[in-house]
Every structure is written in C-alpha cells, then in structure tokens.
Design a protein around this ligand. Structure first.
Ligand SMILES: C[S@@+](CC[C@H](N)C(=O)[O-])C[C@H]1O[C@@H](n2cnc3c(N)ncnc32)[C@H](O)[C@@H]1O
Length: 312
C-alpha cells in the first residue's frame, strides 16, 4: 500500500502496481486519508493513488487504510508535481482531486501554490480524454486564483458546482464548516491537452565504479558540489567504517521537486576500490543519483586513485 520509491518507474505501470487494470484516480494532499478511504469504499473498481508531502499524514492515512481493510489504495510520500510530471504516463488519470490545498495567502508565497497554469498544463496531459481535475476549497482568493490559472492554461472546460457531499467531510472541511466558512468547488474537464510536458528528471540505472589504488592515503574531506543540468549533487560528509575497509559518504541530491539523501560506499576489494550506493534510504535511480556517485568517484580520483571502469 505504501509505495517505496523503488516501486516507481518512468512511466509507471499502474495496473502492475494495483495488480489489476482499472481507472486510476489521484488525490493530491490526502491529509489523514478519510476522503481517499471514502472513494475506495464507494468505487471498489477504481485504483486509487494518493500523494502527500507530510510524513505524519502519510502514516495516519496508512493506518486508516489498514484498519479499514482497503486494498485498492496506494500511498506515496512526496511532491505531487514530481509524481505527476516524472512518473505518471500521459492520459493515465481518470480524475484528480485536490481538497483544501494549502492556500499560501502571502503574496511572496504565491509561487508555492499547486494550482498554477503550469500545473494545469501538466495535468491536462496526464488526464485521459474527458478526465477531470476537481478542487474544493474554503479559500475564496485561492479559488479565484485557481480559476484564473485554469483559464490562463486554456486546456480545460470549467464547471463551478456545489461541493460534492463527500468533499465536505474531510478533516479540513469539517474544521472550516465549524467556522461557517463558504466552501467552493470547481471541476475542470480536459478539452485540449498541452503540448510537451515531458518528465524533467530522467530515471537512469544505478552505476558502480572501480578505482585502482587504496583508501589509506585519502586526505581531509571537504564538501563537494557537482552541478548538472536540472540539479545538483552535494557530497556533504565522509566517514571511515570501523573495520577500516571503507568510506561512507552522505550525499544530498536536488532535482526539480525531488530531494534525495543517499549513502555512497567506497570499499576496498581485491581488484581496487569499489564505489556504489549503500542499500539505505530507498532512493529513486535518477540522473542526480548517478551524479552523486560520480561526485564521490571524482573526489577519490583527486585523492590519487585511478578510475578503471564503471558499470550498471
Ligand atoms: C490543508 S491540508 C488538506 C488535507 C486534506 N485534503 C483535507 O481536506 O483534510 C493540505 C495538504 O496538502 C499537502 N500538500 C501540500 N503541497 C503538496 C504537494 N505539492 N504534494 C503533495 N501534498 C501536498 C499538505 O501536506 C497537507 O496535508
């Protein structure tokens, strides 16, 4: 139910993930998961995917699904922009729900809002023909903003409707209804998908490297920054293993809407020093991860070791 990052492929094969074909429906920012659970009960034939950035929320929703015995839901902890753009294939989604998105009311924070024209363009390509993006919110200014952004994208037919009953039962809906706030709902049906909208983060297989030399003479470590098109990999620290046979490097990789923390290991073997990813932290094999491994390899080369070969 809880997707590991290594479960993701580019593009994702949703029917393999759910072990059955079916309509794929996405909820962005599912919070405690009660709306997603309701969908699972009402539409047992739908394959339900939820994405949420907050670990505490993912954990709460996961417990709910387990408690309620719901098996048609998959949860991913991460950024919706990454999931939609870099993982989901074109025309794969039947519906997308966004309930009570964070409003980011301050002017200087507007760019953090999810429902921008750019995101509408992206979603227009990931929805199937006739597929719909649904928004429910108490935030009037955000509601108007989202409508303007959708109109700016020009890819959708808009309907402003009464909020469906089930969207009035989410945790935030109950909170705002208790304050008698006015709740609004819009549904945008895709009319003309935007051109382009390719993934921005290439998934690439993990790489290993072999270097001639040993680790006895490596000097003081300083932070290594490796920039590449679309991101940066920073080797932040190096540690010696207690048995003295290897080094461990902590690496932070930043790519659009995706931050990953890796542990890279360099250890002595008969043939030389082998560099590879330590099985830790469940990283997605992206270009940035490969660049992180390269940054470690380059540092070892600067310490006098010689690159012999790389392999996948
Ligand atoms: C105000 S809460 C609403 C939660 C839930 N939908 C409800 O109605 O109770 C907004 C949620 O969206 C999540 N969120 C914000 N930006 C996100 C993003 N880019 N991708 C995924 N989740 C996001 C937040 O962590 C938060 O749980």
């Amino acid at each position: 139910m809880l997707l590991r990052r290594s479960d993701l492929a580019q593009p994702l094969d949703a029917s393999a993930l759910f072990h059955r074909p079916g309509r794929l429906v996405l909820e962005i920012g599912f919070g405690d998961g009660r709306f997603l659970a309701g969908l699972a009960r009402r539409h047992p034939d739908w394959n339900l995917l939820g994405v949420e950035v907050s670990l505490a929320s993912v954990s709460r929703a996961w417990r709910r699904m387990r408690r309620e015995g719901l098996h048609t839901v998959r949860l991913f902890k991460g950024n919706a922009r990454f999931l939609v753009r870099d993982v989901l294939p074109p025309a794969s989604l039947h519906r997308v729900y966004v309930n009570f998105p964070d409003p980011w009311p301050r002017k200087r924070h507007l760019e953090n809002r999810l429902l921008q024209a750019e995101f509408f363009d992206l979603v227009s390509t990931r929805l199937e023909p006739g597929g719909t993006l649904c928004l429910t919110t108490d935030h009037e200014e955000y509601f108007d903003f989202a409508r303007e952004q959708a109109a700016g994208s020009g890819r959708f037919e808009e309907a402003v409707l009464e909020p469906p009953r089930e969207t009035l039962e989410t945790k935030y809906a109950l909170k705002w209804r208790a304050e008698a706030r006015h709740i609004q709902h819009a549904a945008w049906t895709v009319r003309d998908p935007a051109p382009g909208q390719e993934p921005r983060i290439p998934f690439e297989p993990m790489q290993h490297a072999l270097l001639a030399g040993d680790l006895s003479g490596v000097g003081t470590f300083t932070k290594q920054v490796r920039r590449f098109e679309g991101g940066a990999a920073v080797v932040t620290e190096a540690f010696r293993t207690l048995d003295g046979s290897g080094l461990l490097f902590t690496v932070v990789v930043e790519e659009p809407d995706l931050r990953q923390e890796l542990l890279v290991r360099a250890f002595e073997k008969e043939a030389g020093v082998q560099v590879g990813l330590q099985a830790f932290g469940d990283p997605i094999a992206t270009r940035g991860v490969r660049e992180g491994l390269r940054a470690v390899t380059a540092w070892l080369e600067a310490q006098g070791l010689t690159l012999v070969k790389t392999w996948i």
